[in-house]
Ligand binder design. Structure first.
Ligand code: DON
Length: 338
C-alpha cells in the first residue's frame, strides 16, 4: 500500500480556537452550577486544613499569551499541598537530570492512595513523584548548602512560576510537621533501601514547607500556564524550568497526577493535571491554557469534588482532551469555535 505523503505529514485538523468571551461565560455558568454541590469532605488529617471554609470556590484560567480571567474566590489564599510536587519534580530534574532522578523515583502510576506506604518490590524505588513517598524522595534530591539554602532555592523556583514573592504558611507547616508520622515512616523505609540519604528530617521539613506554600487560584492557573507555555511564565516572560523537562513533568502528571483516579481522569478529561488535599487542581492544556480550580470539599480519592466536575465539563465543552479528534464538519465542540 502506498501512503500519500501529505496525509502523513500534514495535520488534517488543528485544535479549535477558543473564544475568550465564551470561556469566561462558561466559567461563570459552571461556577453557578456547581456552587450548590456540597458533596465531599474537607481534609482534616492535618489539623490546620480542617479550618478551611467548605464554601470557598474559584475557577481561574491563564492563557499562554498572558490573559487572565476567572470567577469566585480568586484571591482566597490556601496552601498548595500536593500540587507542589509537580514543580519540585521539575527542580530535581534541573538539579540532577533525568537519569539520576529516575534512579531514585519511578514513573509508574500506583492505583493506591497518595499516602500508601509502598515501594516497588524490585527496584525499591517509590512508584512516582506524585505520591507522598515519591515526592519525599524527589524533595530529598533538591540541591543546596544546608536547609536554608535548599528552602531558598525552592522558594526562588516557586517565584518563577507565580511571578511574585512566595510565602510559607507557618501554622500549616507546623501542623504537618507535628502530625506527619506516615510521611516519616515512608522516609525511614526509603532510607533503609538507600533511596534517600540520612538527612531525613531536613528532607521532611522541606517537603512540609513545599506543601505549605501559600497560593490563590490565579497563582495556580499561572503555574499551569507556565507548563503549557513550555516552562516560560506567560505573565513575566521568566523561564521557570528548562523547556526540555516540561515533557517529563507533564507525562508524570498525566499518568499519576490524580492518584487512584488517574486512569479515569486521563480517559475523561485527557489532560495533565495535579490535585492537592486543600482542594486545588491544576490542569495544563499544552500550548494553550493553564486552568485551576479551588474548592476544598474532597471526594473519596482526595480530589476536589467540584474541581473534578468543572474540569470534566471544560474539557468536554471545549474539546480539550489531548486525543480529541475535531474533524472538519464534526458537530463536536461547535460551541467552542469562535
Ligand atoms: O503529605 C501530605 O500529607 C500533604 N502535605 C500533601 C498531601 C496532598 O496534598 C495529597 N494530595 N492529594
Amino acid at each position: 500500500m502506498t501512503l500519500t505523503p501529505d496525509i502523513r505529514l500534514t495535520p488534517s485538523f488543528a485544535p479549535a480556537p477558543i473564544s475568550i468571551d465564551l470561556l469566561q461565560s462558561v466559567l461563570e455558568e459552571l461556577y453557578a452550577q456547581y456552587r450548590s454541590l456540597q458533596s465531599g469532605k474537607i481534609a482534616d488529617y492535618i489539623p490546620e486544613l480542617a479550618k478551611m471554609n467548605p464554601d470557598w470556590f474559584s475557577i481561574c484560567v491563564t492563557t499562554v499569551d498572558g490573559q487572565q480571567f476567572g470567577v469566585g474566590d480568586r484571591e482566597q489564599q490556601f496552601t498548595i499541598q500536593s500540587i507542589s510536587k509537580v514543580f519540585v519534580h521539575g527542580l530535581a530534574l534541573e538539579d540532577h537530570g533525568r537519569d539520576r532522578v529516575l534512579a531514585k523515583v519511578g514513573v509508574e502510576p500506583t492505583g493506591d492512595a497518595f499516602n500508601a506506604i509502598v515501594l516497588d518490590e524490585q527496584s525499591k524505588r517509590p512508584y512516582n513523584p506524585m505520591v507522598n513517598a515519591g515526592a519525599i524522595a524527589t524533595t530529598s534530591l533538591i540541591k543546596g548548602n544546608g536547609a536554608t539554602d535548599r528552602l531558598n532555592r525552592m522558594l526562588t523556583m516557586f517565584q518563577r512560576y507565580i511571578g511574585h514573592e512566595p510565602y510559607i504558611d507557618m501554622p500549616t507547616f507546623m501542623s504537618e510537621r507535628t502530625t506527619g508520622h506516615r510521611n516519616r515512616a515512608m522516609a525511614h523505609l526509603m532510607l533503609n533501601f538507600g533511596m534517600i540519604d540520612e538527612k531525613i528530617d531536613e528532607a521532611l521539613d522541606l517537603y512540609f514547607q513545599q506543601c505549605s506554600l501559600l497560593v490563590d487560584c490565579r497563582d495556580l492557573a499561572t503555574m499551569a500556564a507556565t507548563l503549557a507555555n513550555r516552562g516560560k511564565n506567560p505573565l513575566t516572560g521568566v523561564q521557570a524550568v528548562p523547556a526540555c523537562y516540561v515533557r517529563d513533568i507533564l507525562s508524570v502528571m498525566y499518568t499519576c497526577g490524580m492518584y487512584n483516579f488517574a486512569g479515569e481522569w486521563a480517559y475523561k478529561v485527557g489532560l495533565p493535571a495535579k490535585s492537592g488535599v486543600s482542594g486545588g487542581i491544576i490542569v495544563v492544556v499544552p500550548d494553550r491554557l493553564g486552568i485551576a480550580v479551588f474548592s476544598p470539599l474532597l471526594d473519596a480519592r482526595g480530589n476536589s469534588a467540584r474541581g473534578v466536575r468543572v474540569c470534566e465539563e471544560l474539557s468536554q465543552r471545549f474539546g480539550l482532551h489531548l486525543f480529541e479528534c475535531v474533524m472538519p464538519g464534526s458537530p463536536f465542540g461547535k460551541d467552542a469555535i469562535s
